[in-house]
Write a protein that binds this ligand. Structure first.
Ligand code: COA
Length: 188
């Protein structure tokens, strides 16, 4: 992983800070059933609200960051990745992501995004665990989490854009992170 200012470089991707010019695509993706896929509910972001949030660095603070994901090859935007401190729990971070272009799914980008965001979080922040919720039927995401060393903690009903979803809570502790081979080798 290479860090340059507000960018994370992986083998095939760049994760970078959101700028005002990116707002239309992020809002469009957040409202699109195609971009969100079957297991994420479209959100209710609106352009003006997001402009205020980007201007006031809501998505780029010590406790929360949202990245636009681009292909290094041609700088096309393919999705977003986001982490934030879990409310009321100082040492735990939650994460979410979407590969918003359906044709770009299943190419390993979801695994690559999460791997490098996890390394960024554990290397930069005093965090004891990263947690992710996933729909019970989201096989692709569960495969990613399994490869990345997450442990299934419980099956539960969780909120997704004010709607209930049945799913699983997965957790990766700092100890598991430090001992898992996927984070020791950077050939991918
Ligand atoms: C879930 C998501 C992030 C996975 O990213 P991706 O780039 O498609 O996944 P990868 O290519 O890294 O594949 C991960 C694993 O899932 C498997 N997989 C991919 N698509 C699959 C599918 N449709 N069904 C079953 N398994 C699938 C892959 O084979 C791979 O497993 P393997 O290494 O054992 O072969 C992506 O599909 C996505 O953004 N979906 C819409 C939004 C979403 O659901 N976000 C997750 C909620 S936080």
């Amino acid at each position: 992983m290479s860090l340059f200012g507000d960018k994370i470089f992986t083998r095939r991707l760049i994760l970078r800070k959101i700028q005002e010019i990116d707002i239309p695509i992020i809002v469009a993706w957040s409202q699109s059933k195609i971009a969100c896929g079957e297991y994420l509910n479209p959100g209710k972001h609106d352009m003006e609200q997001m402009r205020q949030q980007v201007r006031s660095n809501v998505f780029w603070s010590d406790g929360e960051k949202m990245f636009l994901v681009e292909l290094r090859e041609d700088r096309r935007s393919i999705g977003t990745a986001h982490y934030w401190y879990s409310p009321g729990r100082r040492n735990t971070v939650s994460m979410a992501l979407k590969v918003a272009i359906p044709e770009e799914r299943g190419k390993g980008y979801g695994t690559e995004i999460q791997k490098f965001l996890i390394m960024y979080v554990f290397d930069q922040l005093p965090v004891e665990a990263i947690e992710m919720h996933t729909d019970v039927n989201n096989t692709a995401q569960q495969r990613c989490l399994q490869k990345l060393g997450f442990e299934l903690i419980e099956s539960l009903v969780y909120d997704d854009q004010q709607e209930k979803r049945t799913g699983h809570l997965f957790r990766l502790t700092a100890e598991q992170y430090h001992s898992h081979p996927i984070y020791q080798f950077h050939y991918e």
